[in-house]
Design a protein around this ligand. Structure first.
Ligand code: COA
Length: 154
């Protein structure tokens, strides 16, 4: 992700979250040496993006969205798989994330890609008055499925 991507990213962000991140929050992210911020394109158009931090052997997924017109086509799953591949190459051993209890779509995606709930933070999201579930996935090549190892999106 580069500063020149932010118009497209913010357009997706605004329709994806009740309290969208602002341009300056993304600029901070781009300047953060622990952060990896990535956009995903189809036919040169940004269809999804993700920001995660890598600290020691742990990654924390900070934000992640797919363009509303492109949802339900496997892109979210493919983006998570890409993040895992990058993390594995960087020596990351586990990915942690928070997801709203009410966000059943994202919860389903995470569960189906091997994340497990390890805790929750009550009323973590003040805008939606929602609890956050803390989910974790341990990374190592042995617990990836054969299709994941081959790079298929499933
Ligand atoms: C969550 C999000 C990234 C999923 O992206 P996507 O490209 O639609 O996801 P995929 O097409 O790869 O779907 C993967 C899984 O997600 C779940 N899923 C997708 N759409 C769903 C829906 N409408 N209802 C329930 N589950 C759904 C399913 O478990 C699906 O697995 P399956 O294909 O084996 O059935 C997307 O909905 C989004 O951007 N949401 C708004 C932002 C957001 O909530 N981000 C996550 C913050 S924690």
């Amino acid at each position: 992700m580069q500063a020149s991507d932010l118009d497209e990213v913010l357009a997706i962000e605004k329709v994806s979250f009740v309290t969208p991140w602002t341009r300056s929050m993304y600029l901070d992210e781009l300047a953060n040496r622990s952060a990896r911020s990535t956009v995903f394109r189809l036919n040169s158009q940004i269809v999804g993006y993700a920001c995660w931090w890598e600290v020691l052997d742990e990654a924390h997924l900070m934000t992640f969205a797919v363009h509303p017109d492109r949802r339900g086509q496997g892109l979210g799953r493919a983006i998570l798989q890409y993040i895992e591949e990058v993390c594995l190459k960087d020596g990351i051993r586990r990915i942690i994330l928070e997801v709203g209890r009410k966000n059943t779509t994202a919860r389903s995606l995470y569960r189906r890609t091997g994340f497990a709930v390890i805790g929750f933070r009550k009323r973590y999201y003040q805008d939606t008055e929602d609890d956050a579930l803390v989910m974790e996935k341990a990374l190592n090549r042995r617990n990836m499925s054969a299709s994941e190892r081959r790079g298929e999106t499933g």
